[in-house]
Design a protein around this ligand. Structure first.
Ligand code: APR
Length: 261
């Protein structure tokens, strides 16, 4: 059996847990979009590793709420860079597989990604806990628009066409509060409970991302991590799949389909 097959021989118990599940939570991070050509944030080639910024400011400082208030032009400079790096990219087979699972399970996707790819791939119940890059809003008036990209935005600080004040992407910058409606949906869905929880392509650094997995593991609810690199969650999950998200999720979907047919 080749390494790749060995890496993918899902434990039969995981397939059994999948068969018995009704509600599944997929918690996703930048790694699920890596196969779309989008850089992750941390680790080799990560956005936070390779970006040289003025005055050697860490990118987390530049992409922070306080910096945006003081120097929106600086934050916008990197937001425009980030968006341009993603322009033309699209969802991949990992997003597609998760959308397929909702044909037979009640699926909730809790994503930290702001690329909108889960919705593009057909997932319906998506909680974008860090917002969405393709939604632009005015910091003062109610102007808000969905945009395909930022090509039309005039730097260094795009302005609102209604009131002339500063525009911003509807994403959570460092140091900012999470969007209340997304938090409410996350809490409501977690309170309803899940039969199976996946952590896919995330370093799981944020407590609201890691805790649902920890709590599920403590309560004997099956948990799965799909990530080629170990994280703090790796020791807690019941199933650790050290693989790329696209391969693992597509094979898991096929394994479930073959037993369901
Ligand atoms: N398949 C699965 N996982 C992958 C793949 C892949 N093809 N490629 C990389 N990974 C994993 C990496 O090993 C890493 O653990 O994806 C993870 C990406 O971690 P981060 O770059 O930290 O991204 P994420 O966890 O989404 O960051 C969370 O931090 O900076 C904030 O707002 C930002 O939403 C982001 C949040």
């Amino acid at each position: 059996m080749s390494v790749s097959e060995r890496a993918f021989s899902f434990e039969p118990a995981l397939i059994q847990d999948l068969i018995g599940a009704k509600r599944i939570l997929f918690i996703t991070g930048a790694g699920i979009s890596a196969e779309s050509g989008l850089p992750t944030y941390r680790g080799v080639g990560g956005l936070y590793e390779d970006v040289d910024t003025p005055d050697d400011l860490p990118i987390e400082t530049i992409l922070s709420g306080p910096m945006f208030q003081r120097r929106p032009d600086l934050t916008w400079r990197y937001m425009l860079q980030l968006e341009e790096a993603c322009r033309g990219a699209s969802y991949n087979r990992a997003h597609e597989a998760i959308a397929r699972f909702q044909e037979h399970f009640e699926v909730v996707v809790l994503t930290q990604n702001v690329d909108g790819f889960h919705g593009d791939a057909g997932s319906q119940n998506v909680i974008e806990i860090h917002g969405n890059l393709r939604r632009i809003q005015c910091i003062r008036c109610s102007f808000c628009e969905q945009v395909p990209n930022y090509a039309h935005l005039q730097g260094p600080t795009p302005r609102c066409q209604v009131c002339g004040d500063v525009l911003r992407p509807a994403v959570v910058l460092f140091g900012e509060m999470l969007p209340p409606d997304a938090v409410d949906r996350m809490v409501t869905e977690l309170e309803r409970g899940f039969d199976l929880i996946f952590s896919v392509g995330t370093s799981a650094l944020f407590p609201y991302i890691a805790e649902p997995v920890w709590l599920a593991a403590e309560h004997g609810i099956p948990t799965v991590e799909i990530n080629p690199v170990a994280t703090d969650l790796s020791s807690a999950v019941r199933y650790r799949i050290s693989a790329q998200a696209g391969d693992a999720l597509q094979r898991l979907w096929r394994a479930w389909q073959s037993q369901a047919s």
